[in-house]
Design a protein around this ligand. Structure first.
Ligand code: DOR
Ligand code: ZN
Ligand code: ZN
Length: 398
């Protein structure tokens, strides 16, 4: 079948380094199947499924299962992320080597949700990861500085009487891990960078030759803490929405390449975990189905990035950070490709109840955007087209 792409933008399939699929354990909020559908609709051909599931993905038993289930569904390549420690924030390093060697071929390790906060343990984890050639993705949060914190520490939180999460809680870990990675000769990746200070530290560390990379989420590129005024728990997320000056610094860092890529931190939660008081709600928001529209709005439509740059931050860089081309051969000329066709001028409005995700916790509900992925192709096979996914587990030929 020949698809007429008239007037649209053809990009390499998007790669999300940071997705929470909730399977195993919270299948009421997302499954590998529903999350894969959301990913395909969002233009993704690969996602990295975070390890904070139940049970935690801290052994090859879990990571291999997640990988196999993703292959069965067949809408997107699901790459399991392995936990760094046994149990999140555990005291013992997980068998990263076993997870890397299994069929799931784990290439990214993270305790996301919590920080690997003990410096000695992080140092040993980085040494181990360097010997395996894998990367550790760090949720940068010094927990002793964020106890009880539910929002960015600033005038907005003070006004609302919410306990604040200081920027220093993130920046202290970014600085520490840059130094530890340097000493270990390891690669470290900073999850969801959220402050202007983190951008400065990344610049400094990269300038020193440290193998450090970073991602920014669509929500931290679009929203700031003025959102808190509504008290709506949908805006509770870790790290929290920061100030407008941070948002500006993050956008500039993405443009300048100081921040390497966009990752969604797609974090589905049940209605009952989001309907309560702000401080009692679980942190996190949906991301997969709205990421491209937001990136286009804050970067392409402002003139900050070209579509060529979008290919870099949504696909090429994340694939490089995870060393995806090491998981089999890179796709060569004449072989079936991973592609996303974007309509830059479609014009659409996000409707929470029309999302493929099992959860509804999007802060972008009823907002309108211009750009949208309209066709996603995984190894030559159409996985999503005009808002409809291929049936999971079926063969659909492009
Ligand atoms: O907001 C967040 N939600 N931040 C995290 O680090 C974890 C995630 C989740 O798993 O819900
Ligand atoms: Zn995190
Ligand atoms: Zn996360």
């Amino acid at each position: 079948e020949v698809v007429d792409g008239g007037g649209r933008v053809l990009l390499p399939g998007f790669v999300d380094l940071h997705t929470h699929l909730r399977e195993p354990g919270r299948e009421d909020t997302e499954t590998i199947e529903s999350g894969s559908a959301a990913a395909a609709l969002g233009g993704y051909t690969a996602v990295f499924a975070m390890a904070n599931t139940s049970p935690v993905a801290d052994s090859a038993v879990v990571t291999d299962h997640v990988y196999r289930r993703g292959q069965e569904v067949g809408l997107v390549d699901v790459h399991p992320v392995g936990a760094v420690t046994v149990g999140l924030q555990g005291e013992k390093l997980a068998e990263m080597g076993m997870m890397a060697a299994g069929p799931g071929r784990v290439r990214v390790f993270s305790d996301d949700g919590v920080c690997v906060s003990d410096p000695l343990l992080m140092r040993r984890a980085l040494e181990y990861s360097a010997s395996l050639g894998v990367v550790i993705a760090q949720h940068a949060e010094e927990p002793r500085l964020t106890k009880g914190a539910v929002a960015h520490e600033g005038p907005e939180a003070a006004r609302l009487g919410l306990t604040g999460w200081p920027r220093a809680a993130e920046e202290a870990i970014v600085a520490r891990d840059a130094l530890l990675a340097r000493d270990a000769g390891a690669r470290v990746h900073i999850c969801h960078a959220s402050t202007a200070g983190t951008v400065e530290l990344l610049k400094w560390a990269k300038g020193q030759g440290v193998a450090i990379t970073a991602e920014v989420t669509p929500h931290h590129l679009l929203l700031d803490d003025s959102r808190l005024a509504t008290y709506d728990a949908v805006n509770r997320v870790n790290p929290p929405l920061r100030e407008a000056s941070d948002v500006a610094a993050l956008r500039k860092a993405l443009r300048d390449g100081v921040i390497d890529c966009v990752a969604t931190d797609h974090a589905p939660h049940a209605d009952q975990d989001k309907c309560c008081e702000f401080a009692a709600a679980r942190p996190g928001m949906l991301g997969l189905e709205t990421a491209l529209a937001i990136v286009a709005q804050v970067s392409v439509e402002t003139g900050d990035l070209t579509w060529r740059d979008v290919a870099r931050v949504m696909s090429e860089k994340p694939a490089e950070i995870a060393r995806l081309d090491d998981q089999g051969r890179p796709i060569g000329v004449g072989e079936p490709a991973n592609l996303t066709l974007v309509d830059p001028d479609l014009g659409w409005t996000v409707r929470a109840d029309e999302l493929a995700s099992r959860s509804r916790n999007t802060p972008f509900a009823d907002l309108s955007f211009r750009a949208k992925p309209v066709l996603t192709v995984l190894r030559g096979r159409i996985t999503a087209r005009d808002g409809v996914t291929a049936r999971p587990g079926t063969e659909v030929r492009a």
